[in-house]
Ligand binder design. Structure first.
Ligand SMILES: Nc1ncnc2c1ncn2[C@@H]1O[C@H](COP(=O)(O)OP(=O)(O)OP(=O)(O)O)[C@@H](O)[C@H]1O
Ligand SMILES: [Mg+2]
Length: 245
């Protein structure tokens, strides 16, 4: 499919790309049956990329490397010109909290905290994101309202009491609050009905465009790809080795 949009990368004024992977290799410790190799992958600042791929081919694994949650065995991951390998583990966690809004495939909400507390949590680790929000509570409720969640549910319930689709929308609001430069979304609409998917994509696109944020979204649903700058299958950028076991 389409090549990286170099005009967009150059239009960023020679500044480093939002994401740049080079000669990446990764295997899960103790597992010989799966290996991911990415010779090169670049995403320009402000670019919106839609990533498809068969189940088990390594999309979530790739996102975890881009977010610095896992480290590659070889090669480099650069986000906004910073090589993640050059950061200490605590510095990498701070970097992720500040620069990257992540919607995890399994949401990773704190089950006993309220949705509101979950949404506000990243701001406590990210002073720049916090500074961009005048009234965190009001901003959290604006985001959840746009996603069709009632205020009393957001402030009064525990995250674990929410339906899966409601939890997914809380995870989306948590990723968007405070305008991180990069939004990484792993199957963020998998539990949503068509109307909610539309509302989520509207919010995602509006926020990303207003903030000039870069967007990398994984989905199995190719019908959602229309509003993205680039659509690619993982197999176009990566070689996945899958053996028995
Ligand atoms: N934490 C982990 N420890 C060990 N192996 C893992 C771990 N997470 C994923 N794997 C393995 O890595 C491979 C790729 O998994 P991954 O979750 O990246 O696939 P995926 O493309 O995101 O699939 P799906 O579309 O089903 O979400 C699989 O073989 C999986 O078993
Ligand atoms: Mg996955």
């Amino acid at each position: 499919m389409a090549q990286p949009d170099m005009t967009r990368i150059e239009a960023a004024g020679g500044r480093p790309e939002a994401i740049r992977l080079e000669t990446l290799r990764f295997a899960w410790p103790g597992r010989t049956s799966f290996r991911l190799e990415v010779p090169e992958f670049r995403v320009g600042r402000g670019e919106k990329v839609f990533l498809l791929g068969e189940s088990g081919t390594g999309k979530s694994t790739l996102l975890s490397l881009i977010c610095g949650i896992n480290a590659p065995d070889r090669g480099s991951v650069m986000v906004d010109g910073t090589a993640l390998a050059d950061l200490s583990a605590p510095a990498r966690d701070r970097f992720r909290a500040e620069r990257i809004g992540v919607i995890f495939q399994m949401f990773n909400l704190l089950p006993y905290a309220s949705p509101l507390e979950n949404i506000l949590l990243p701001l406590s680790f990210a002073p720049d994101r916090r500074r961009r929000v005048t009234d965190p509570r009001a901003e959290a409720l604006r985001l959840t309202g746009a996603l069709g969640l009632q205020d009393d549910l957001v402030t009064g319930a525990r995250a674990a009491e929410l339906s899966i689709g409601q939890q997914q929308r809380v995870a989306a609001a948590r990723a968007l609050i405070g305008a991180p430069a990069l939004i990484v979304a792993d199957e963020p609409t998998s539990a949503l009905d068509t109307a909610r998917q539309g509302a989520f994509l509207d919010l995602l696109m509006t926020q990303a465009e207003a903030q000039g944020a870069t967007l990398l979204m994984v989905s199995h649903d190719a019908r959602l790809s229309g509003r993205f700058d680039r659509v690619l299958d993982l197999s176009e950028i990566a070689m996945t080795t899958r053996g028995a076991g």
